[in-house]
Design a binder for this molecule. Sequence first.
Ligand SMILES: [Mn+2]
Length: 245
Amino acid sequence: MSKPVLLISDLHLPVQPSPLRDAFLAFLAGPARSAETLFILGDLFEYWIGDDAGLVDYAGEAVALRELADSGVRVRLMRGNRDFLVGRLFAKAAALRIVQNGLRLDLAGTPTLLLHGDTLCTDDRAYQRWRRLTHNRLVRRCFLALPEALRRRIAWHARGRSEADKRNKPEAIMDVNAHAVRAAFRRHRVGRIIHGHTHRPADHRVEVDGHPLERIVLADWREQRIEYLVCDDAGCRRASFAAAP
Ligand SMILES: [Mn+2]
């Protein structure tokens, strides 16, 4: 049997030391070593204000990711809505490859689409406007040209606003939109979509045009619940990981 593909997302690793960061390092040195490929589907980091600062803030993670790559595991990183500014310098230091949101691949015999997940949340208009703004090249370039301290203040502010928004918005708005899900299945002609972002881990059965399809939502990482998805010849299943105390 060939080696499995492992998938994780939404670790939201903070800048300050935290048990989650330790758990991630343990995961990279542990279960991840058995993988053929490790996919990180976005929001690995709580925020990312540029590779210059990120490489200092997350030096340990960069080293551990490189060690995993050196051990023969391919590491693929998709940017999320928190760490959409992760760039080439970090990718090089961590010896990983950045993949575009919406990667299509064959997984355990099923054509599969990998997404961060935010593009499916079309009911959240305010967020989609914010996403368009932050994906504007000029906006990005201007932001990255600011002094680090100012970038950090802006990121902190944006993060605070996003947390406040989350508390105020109706629950349904922040989940995926059923039409957007069906459209993605049709456009990419896949039998399975795997994504994170919503922090609502579940295995959904979806019927599109008479075909039974599967949408797997990855779990966000919490100290009490560290979960990853394992896909091999037998299909995809969740596995949990307990880091040593
Ligand atoms: Mn997200």
